[in-house]
Design a protein around this ligand. Structure first.
Ligand code: PGA
Length: 249
């Protein structure tokens, strides 16, 4: 059995005050989230603060991105070893906002995935199609291409130590969730593709769904056979909403 993981992606949101409040709200209710593994991914500058606030709790810490480089003359970058030093366990790589707004392509994403692993971080690799790609009927091709870039660089074994997040771009921040069956179909495709390369990896890897997950739709999404939790944007910014999703796990 794969453990359910619910990870909050706070994106470019928060302030010292609001983040302290959000974390204390999450910690106040985390006791009744059962076996669900929980993580939060604050903006880089708040990672030391959140790391301290989470001490001794079951909530793990992640970053929203990671440099493909470990150190050196790379102005503005934050490396895997730095994130590790501040207690991060996860690093999101290849989020669709990075791909679309900052022109991060499949190969660059694969190098970030490799950098996260080098530092001992668990990459949360985001994949997913745009609305246009879905309408063209090429969802599976797009997701396969995004996965293949990582598998070519790092090997199939590396996927076994990672988390995959299927996030249809048309469902992110739009209030339009993929139906549980639509999501399950792509999750099953991903797991099937991995199984063609390594059955053990396919069985083990957690595949999260992301895109307008809320307390009201989380349980039916997480009940699908190949959906092992969620990557949550908007709803992770309100402690009660986030906790409701964690409890659905
Ligand atoms: P959303 O974002 O939950 O606000 O749709 C999900 C994500 O981008 O990870």
């Amino acid at each position: 059995m794969r453990q359910t993981l619910v990870a909050g992606n706070w994106k470019l949101n928060g302030s010292l005050d609001s983040i302290k409040q959000l974390v204390s709200g999450i910690l106040a209710g985390i006791g009744d989230t059962g076996d669900t593994a929980v993580a939060v991914c604050p903006p880089f500058v708040y990672i030391p603060l959140v790391s301290e606030l989470l001490q001794g709790s079951k909530v793990a810490l992640g970053s929203q991105d990671v440099s493909d480089q470990d150190s050196g003359a790379f102005t503005g970058e934050v490396s895997g070893p730095m994130l590790k030093e501040f207690g991060c366990r996860y690093a999101i790589v290849g989020h669709s906002e990075r791909r679309a707004l900052y022109a991060e392509d499949d190969e660059f994403t694969a190098r970030k995935f490799a950098a996260a692993r080098r530092a001992g971080l668990t990459p949360i690799l985001c994949v997913g199609e745009t609305l246009e790609e879905r309408e063209q009927g090429i969802t599976e091709d797009v997701v396969a291409r995004q996965l293949d870039a990582v598998i070519e660089l790092e090997g199939i074994g590396a996927i076994g130590d990672a988390v995959i997040a299927y996030e249809p771009v048309w469902a992110i921040g739009t209030g339009k969730t993929a139906s549980p069956q639509q999501a399950q179909d792509v999750h099953a495709f991903i797991r099937g593709k991995l199984a063609g390369l390594d059955g053990g990896v396919a069985e083990k890897v957690q595949i999260l769904y992301g895109g307008s997950v809320k307390g009201s739709n989380a349980a039916e999404l997480f009940a699908m056979e190949d959906i092992d939790g969620g990557l949550i944007g908007g709803a992770s910014l309100v402690a009660d909403d986030f906790l409701a999703i964690c409890r659905a796990g």
